[in-house]
Design a protein around this ligand. Structure first.
Ligand code: ZN
Length: 94
């Protein structure tokens, strides 16, 4: 992780949740659209956008159409909060 947005935003968000629901205790939250990815030989925490793919497949035997749904995700190249590039490019000087 190149920046601290996940931690900082989680902390601020949790403070807001506590203020919004003062009658409850043991508030917690988790920003779930983050995943560890292997970058070279090190693990890096990166944000991602869940993607749902939908397509109609014709069954070869019956000829009937069947809607098929698949789930995947797109990794962010830049932090969606502060715009910092997650991965430092080797030899890039910009
Ligand atoms: Zn950030």
């Amino acid at each position: 992780m190149t920046c601290n947005c996940k931690t900082e935003i989680s902390e601020k968000f949790l403070e807001k949740v506590k203020a919004d629901i003062p009658e409850s205790t043991n508030h917690s939250l988790e920003m779930t659209a983050y995943s560890f990815v292997l970058d070279g030989n090190r693990m890096e925490l990166r944000g991602y956008m869940p993607v749902e793919i939908k397509h109609t497949l014709k069954n070869k035997k019956t000829g009937l159409d069947r809607v098929k749904k698949e789930k995947t995700s797109v990794l962010f190249t830049f932090c969606p909060f502060c715009g910092v590039r997650y991965k430092e490019e080797q030899g890039e000087s910009a």
